[in-house]
Every structure is written in structure tokens, then in C-alpha cells.
Design a protein around this ligand. Structure first.
Ligand code: OOB
Length: 560
């Protein structure tokens, strides 16, 4: 039995937290300062009520800190009046709109936990999040990227008895309640959360059949914001552009929108991450920093050469979520005129940044160093033996903002964490003499499709649900634009009618899965390669996918 599921484990039965000796150490070191998100916004609003906090240019909204604070108070009162209380889970599936912040700060204040879904998620994922967390409410946009979320909500509500409320954040509620009808006169919050309480549940990219949920506390997450702000040069004069989906850990906290709000800076929301939407906003709002996944960073560097927009306000471009190639990294500064900052992070915690004053070679060839002096990094072999500096191995980590276990997943936790609490990241890395990390690969069964993570097992399970499919394996194949994309190898049942690849893709899509999880390529085979001990060799499948790339197809889009 691991120490994580032993009776003495700190935290709630659902969420293992840090043992007291670690918590004490992190407090004594000044990493955990006893702050909460609710109070943080209150303090900033008190200090500078008239400063702009959130700009939603697509909808012509500009909220000051004072306004955001009041909106969060009023919405919190309305949520409480509807019976949403401390500890309740609320699935928040909002695109980059101002109401995202009003909603999450209202929930933070009452101690209800946002469960961060992405706009790309569909029925299967949302139903799972709602069921697994026994969510009390679900917050959706009316429409985003041509998709109507009220219909999605209607399907989910019908299946999940705990779901008492659906709120439509940016329009007419239809069969549900419009979020704009919820706010009420502010009330005293009966039992506000403590800094050591959970603040929200974040999604893991994962490598298992269903995504794991990541419990983050106010104390630990706020420390990662403060640390990030320091390393990314964020202060009250900064303007952070949320180009990636707002709920993802990277644009939320590295240093992200919440880092910017912590600093009293300005958050600007970009409705879509491409240069056509982002460049005019950079010019008009004087954006100073933003974060992108590598395929978007490539698009931006290409587009910058001929843009009529003035991008000179941009000081720092953070790139992470997937490996940024050295060649692409070299192009950032000449093309965009800003400093590149590589970021290698994970929703489970650990975030590494190249430093703004690192030499140019370090910036383009490494994925940075941890935020905290108390981030413990181990690089180990397959038997967990520590390797010498420079050797390539598995990255394990433990520290003041890295979780000690997933939410309600004791069996998985016993595998994903060592007995003494190190998280097994599944990343294969090496350390340089200067302590910088170079990401060399991955040991987890996941596809990193331009920063979007796809658990092979999850997609395989959906393929196996097809009546004609006998067996399926999903692997990554190289893609010049996304870095990786998915290739599904499928064995049909004996005697089954032949299937076309498009029919398989359609089947997966119709099972209500986010579009980025639908295999980019489907290959029919009669057998899978095996390892010496008779297990299916994903390594050989990956090699097969790499050596027989599919015919040229239009570039798939990241983060739509
Ligand atoms: C970020 O978070 P997640 O949770 O979506 O994904 C984490 C995984 C890492 O374990 C690693 O496999 C990969 O994404 N990754 C990178 C990378 N940054 C993330 N692989 C290579 N190079 C990089 N620079 O993706 C995330 C969270 C916070 C900040 C930035 C990214």
C-alpha cells in the first residue's frame, strides 16, 4: 500500500494533499502566504478600483477591478440563493469571454469548485465530468465556434441527476437560466474557503481511459502565479492576452490571466488564437505578453512579416504545451521583436521557464528551469534509480505547487506517484549543467497534438465500441505543423463488412467526443507488431506510422 492511500494521508478522502511537514516548510519559506482567490480580488479592487482588469474586445466589454469585484460578489450571492454552496462542483465550459472571470471568482468566493472543461469538449466528456464530480451546476456559452451549447447542456442534464442548474453565460438562457439573471445583492459569505482548501479541479491531459481531475488549492496555485509573475516580468503595467482557451492551465496561470490579475495588471481576451484575431488586439490594447502553443507560435512568426499591425508593445512571448523546435524558436525574436520564453508546464503543477536574461542559446535549446527553489526534480531510469546530470530519463517531481494525488483516483495515484510523493510526469528529459531541462520525449501513452493532449486509451475505447472493430491502437505520427497527430491502427472483426477510414472518424465524432480527439488518420491492418514477450508494440506502430505517412492533407487546426 502506498502512503497515499494509507489512513494517515492528509487532505480529504477525495484529494490527497501535502503532508503537514511539507506544508509547514512551504509556509515557513514564504511560498504559501495564506491567500485566497476571493480575497486577492478584493484586495486589488480596494487598492485600485478604477484600473481596468478584464477587456473582452470582441464584445466591447471593459471591466475595472472594482466592477469585477462587485460582479463576483453579486453572482456569488445569486449562486448561494440557488443552493450552490461550499464544496459543490460546477463544470465551467466557457470560451474567452469576460464572464469566465465573473463566474470563477464568484465560485472561488463561496468555496464552490469550478471544474475546468474546454470549449472543445462534447457530450461524452461533459457527461463524465458532471457525473464523476456530481456537479451541481454547469455553465456554458450560448454558442461558440458555430456550436450551440444549450443543446449539449440539455442532453447532459437529462442524464445527470445531481445537475440542478445550467447557466448560459453570454446570452438568452433558452430552456435554462441566463447568467445575467443570477446576480443578487451581495451577502456575507457564510463559510468562505481557507487558503489550504481546494480552489478548483483542473483537467489532466492524461493517458488513461477517462481524464483525471487535478485538485489545486488556493495556497499552491497562488504561489505558482506569484512565482511566474516574477520570472515573466509581470507587474501592474503588464497587459496579458489570453489567446489559448482561458481554462487551460497555461493561459490561466503561466503567468496567465490569474497571474495578471494577481499583479493588478490587465487581462485581454482574444476570441480566437490566430494572428488575424490577435494582431489587431495586440495593437489596440498594447498587449505586452501572451502564451502560445508551438503551432500557433509558428503561425504568428510567419504572419508577422507582412502584418500591417504594430506589434511593438509585445515584450514576451511564452511558448509551451509541446516541444518547440530549436529552428522555430530561433525565428521568434527576429520576427516578432520580443523575447521568447519557453515554458514546460503541467496542470499537475511543476512549471519551468527559461529566464528572460538567459543567454540566447539557452532560450532556444532548453525548456527552462523550475519556478521554485523547493521544486524537487529527479531524472531516473526505469527502476527509479537516479541518473547523473546529462543522462536522459524519466522526470519525477515534488514541490509546493505539484499535487500529491489526483481527485478520487487512489489506484491511479499509487502508479502516478512514488510512495514518497513524487509525481511521475511521464516526460523523458535530461538536465543541463545549469539545471535547465531539455524535453527529449515521453513515456506516457499520449499524443501531444500541438499542445492538445490525447490519451491513446480513451480513443481506443471509443474505436472498440464500433461493432466491426476487433482491436485498435492509437499512436502519434509526426506532423510538420502540429508536431504530432493521431494515427489509429484498426483490426476489423472477421467477416465484418469493409469500413472506410472516414466512417471510423465519423463514428468517433458521433460518440460525442472533442474534435481534436478524432483520429487524423485511420489505417486498417490484420495484426499488430508484438514485443519479445508478446505484448503489442506501440513503439513499432509509431515507427510504422512515421515511415508511411499519410498522403498530404490540409493542416489540421490547433485549439479551435
Ligand atoms: C501544459 O499542461 P498540460 O497539463 O496540458 O500538459 C502537460 C504535458 C507535460 O507533461 C509535457 O508532456 C507536455 O505537456 N509539455 C511539453 C512542454 N510543455 C508541456 N512538452 C515539451 N515541451 C514543452 N515546453 O501543457 C502546460 C501547463 C502550464 C504551462 C505550460 C504548459
Amino acid at each position: 500500500m502506498s502512503t497515499l492511500d494509507s489512513p494517515g494521508t492528509p487532505g480529504t478522502p477525495d484529494a490527497p494533499l501535502w503532508p503537514e511537514e511539507f506544508a509547514e516548510r512551504y509556509r515557513a519559506a514564504g511560498w504559501w502566504r495564506g491567500e485566497t482567490f476571493g480575497q486577492m480580488l478584493r484586495d486589488r479592487a480596494a487598492a485600485h478600483p478604477d484600473r481596468i482588469a478584464v477587456v473582452d474586445p470582441a464584445r466591447d466589454l471593459r471591466w475595472t477591478y472594482g466592477e469585477l469585484d462587485l460582479r463576483a460578489d453579486r453572482l456569488a450571492a445569486g449562486f448561494l440563493a440557488r443552493g450552490i454552496a461550499k464544496g459543490d462542483k460546477v463544470v465551467v465550459q466557457l470560451p474567452n469571454i469576460a464572464e469566465f472571470f465573473e463566474t470563477v471568482f464568484a465560485l472561488f468566493r463561496i468555496g464552490a469548485l469550478p471544474v475546468f472543461a474546454l470549449p472543445a469538449h462534447r457530450e461524452t466528456e461533459i457527461r463524465y465530468f458532471c457525473e464523476f464530480t456530481e456537479a451541481a451546476a454547469y455553465v456554458v456559452p450560448a454558442e461558440h465556434a458555430g456550436f450551440g451549447y444549450r443543446d449539449l447542456a440539455a442532453k447532459v442534464v437529462a442524464d445527470v441527476p445531481t445537475l440542478r442548474h445550467v447557466f448560459v453565460a453570454d446570452g438568452d438562457g433558452g430552456a435554462f437560466e441566463a447568467l445575467s439573471d443570477v446576480p443578487a445583492e451581495p451577502v456575507t459569505i457564510p463559510d468562505p474557503p481557507a487558503p489550504s482548501d481546494l480552489a478548483f479541479l483542473q483537467l489532466s491531459g492524461g493517458s488513461t481511459g477517462v481524464p483525471k481531475l487535478i485538485p489545486r488549492t488556493h495556497d499552491d496555485y497562488i504561489y505558482s502565479l506569484r512565482g511566474s509573475n516574477e520570472l515573466c516580468g509581470v507587474d501592474e503595467s503588464s497587459v496579458y492576452l489570453v489567446a489559448l482557451p482561458a481554462a487551460h492551465n497555461f493561459p490561466l496561470s503561466s503567468p496567465g490571466s490569474l497571474g495578471a490579475l494577481y499583479a493588478g495588471a490587465r487581462v485581454v481576451l482574444c476570441p480566437r488564437p490566430g494572428p488575424e484575431a490577435a494582431f489587431p488586439i495586440i495593437e489596440s490594447e498594447g498587449v505586452t505578453l501572451t502564451g502560445l502553443v508551438p503551432p500557433l507560435a509558428l503561425l504568428w512568426t510567419d504572419a508577422a512579416a507582412s502584418t500591417p499591425y504594430d506589434l511593438s508593445s509585445l515584450d514576451v512571448l511564452l511558448v509551451g504545451g509541446a516541444k518547440f523546435s530549436e529552428e522555430a524558436a530561433r525565428r521568434v525574436k527576429p520576427a516578432l521583436g520580443c523575447t521568447l520564453q519557453q515554458v514546460f508546464g503541467m496542470a499537475e503543477g511543476l512549471v519551468n521557464y527559461t529566464r528572460l536574461d538567459d543567454d540566447a542559446e539557452t532560450i532556444v535549446t532548453t525548456q527552462g528551469r523550475p519556478i521554485s527553489p523547493d521544486d524537487e526534480i529527479r531524472v531516473v531510469d526505469d527502476e527509479d534509480n537516479d541518473l547523473p546530470v546529462g543522462a536522459t530519463g524519466h522526470l519525477l517531481t515534488r514541490g509546493p505547487y505539484t499535487i500529491r494525488g489526483y481527485w478520487k483516483a487512489p489506484e491511479h495515484n499509487a502508479r502516478s506517484f512514488t510512495a514518497d510523493g513524487f509525481y511521475r510526469t511521464g516526460d523523458v528529459v535530461r538536465l543541463t549543467e545549469s539545471g535547465h531541462i531539455v524535453v527529449e520525449g515521453r513515456a506516457k501513452d499520449q499524443i501531444n497534438r500541438g499542445g492538445e493532449k490525447i490519451a491513446a486509451e480513451e480513443v481506443e475505447n471509443h474505436l472498440l465500441a464500433h461493432p466491426s472493430v476487433h482491436d485498435a491502437n492509437v499512436v502519434a505520427e509526426p506532423d510538420p505543423y502540429l508536431g504530432e497527430r493521431t494515427c489509429a491502427y484498426v483490426i476489423l472483426r472477421e467477416g465484418a463488412e469493409p469500413l472506410k477510414a472516414v466512417a471510423v472518424k465519423k463514428f468517433v465524432r458521433e460518440r460525442g467526443l472533442a474534435a481534436y480527439k478524432v483520429p487524423d488518420r485511420v489505417e486498417f491492418v490484420t495484426a499488430f507488431p508484438q514485443t519479445g514477450v508478446g505484448k503489442i508494440s506501440k513503439k513499432d506502430l509509431r515507427a510504422a506510422a512515421t515511415s508511411s505517412p499519410s498522403p498530404a492533407s490540409p493542416p489540421p487546426s490547433p485549439h479551435t
